[in-house]
Design a protein around this ligand. Structure first.
Ligand code: SAM
Length: 325
């Protein structure tokens, strides 16, 4: 990470040392001088904002994050989240560029960290929830939203004839490819991927993914468009005790039970199962969550909804009978 100016780079490195030693106030001073040399260096602006926040100078940190965002509207570093937490305004979602960077960096140690340190269990919880909702038999087509390195795919593969997956992070998708269990994988946003599907799915899963999206309206609408009649949408969320959704300090959203019920009703989904479930720990403490299985209407599409013109459409069976109520 170079600013292109040697003196600025040296000051930046010195500021990082001060930060590491816990002297955020001094580091902020050095970074302010650094920025005078390279005012258009986004990483420098971001580091200054971070350091000001660390030093407790919230009202200086806010404009500093805004100055970074003006230079990098894609928000590679995730300044919008920091701003939201500082101003207590809840954003609708997290910036795509930030999530990509986060999970690209996380990918090599993702499974070890998640399973060993965080006791991650969302895929197993979703599988058990499907059993409990009496979704018996094999699903003809399933799609794994935010599939990551493929842990949910691995947990469900024996229940699925065709399995597709999508993730924002190319490095996470590489992990899923290595497992050789998906029939189709793609890098991109889950709503775009759903809209590009060539045939409806009997099962759509999202294991620990909707925690990165606040407003779930778009995801639910896309799932509705892609679910075969009577198909299932199974996912985990972190539980929010109030209405709507909230953003936590750890940059993950939590969702209220009534918020999910309202969105489900709006899309004609029946709640087949909604149980308390702990998918992971955070700093050694169980994170309260929900596991949800929604069932799509047997033959309901809202006016103006996209119709699939895929030649496979006629071949997709109506599983609504097989997925026992
Ligand atoms: C905690 S990981 C869970 C991965 C996987 N589902 C599992 O159970 O191991 C969350 C994943 O969601 C992906 N993600 C977040 N938002 C996304 C979006 N809008 N579209 C596609 N993938 C997304 C991230 O890149 C990350 O790989």
């Amino acid at each position: 990470m170079s600013s292109g100016d040697l003196t600025a780079d040296r000051r930046f490195a010195y500021a990082q040392l001060l930060r590491r030693d816990g002297d955020a106030a001094a580091a902020a001073e050095v970074l302010a001088q650094t920025i005078e040399l390279v005012p258009n260096w986004p990483e420098g602006r971001f580091a200054l904002a971070e350091t000001l926040a660390e030093a407790g100078r919230k009202y200086d940190a806010i404009p500093a994050y805004e100055a970074y965002l003006a230079l990098d509207p894609a928000d590679f570093m995730g300044a919008a989240v920091k701003l939201a937490l500082l101003t207590k305004a809840t954003p609708d979602t997290l910036p795509e560029a930030y999530l990509r960077r986060l999970f690209d960096e996380y990918a090599p140690r993702f499974e070890k960290a998640l399973i060993e340190k965080l006791h991650y269990r969302a895929p197993q919880i979703i599988r058990a929830a499907l059993d409990k909702a009496r979704a018996v038999g094999t699903f003809a087509r399933a799609f794994d939203l935010g599939c990551g390195t493929g842990l949910a795919g691995a947990a469900l593969r024996d229940r699925v004839a065709w399995l597709g997956g999508v993730d924002l992070s190319a490095a996470m998708i590489k992990g899923a490819e290595d497992k050789k269990i998906y029939d189709q994988l793609g890098v991109g946003d889950m709503v775009d991927a759903l809209d590009a599907l060539s045939a409806p799915c009997e099962l759509i899963v999202a294991a620990d993914v909707l925690t990165y999206v606040g407003d779930l309206t778009g995801v639910f609408a896309a799932v509705q468009r892609c679910l075969a009649p009577g198909g299932l949408f199974a996912f985990t969320v972190q539980r929010h005790d109030g209405d709507g959704f909230a953003l936590g300090q750890e940059h993950r959203f939590s969702h209220g039970q009534s918020y999910i019920e309202t969105l489900a009703a709006r899309r004609g989904f029946a709640v087949a199962l909604m149980d308390a479930a702990v998918s992971r720990k955070e700093k050694g403490v169980d994170v309260p969550g929900l596991v949800v299985v929604l069932r799509g209407a047997k033959a309901w599409r809202p006016p103006g909804a996209r119709r699939y013109r895929s030649p496979h459409e006629a071949m997709v069976p109506d599983l609504s009978g097989a997925l026992a109520t």
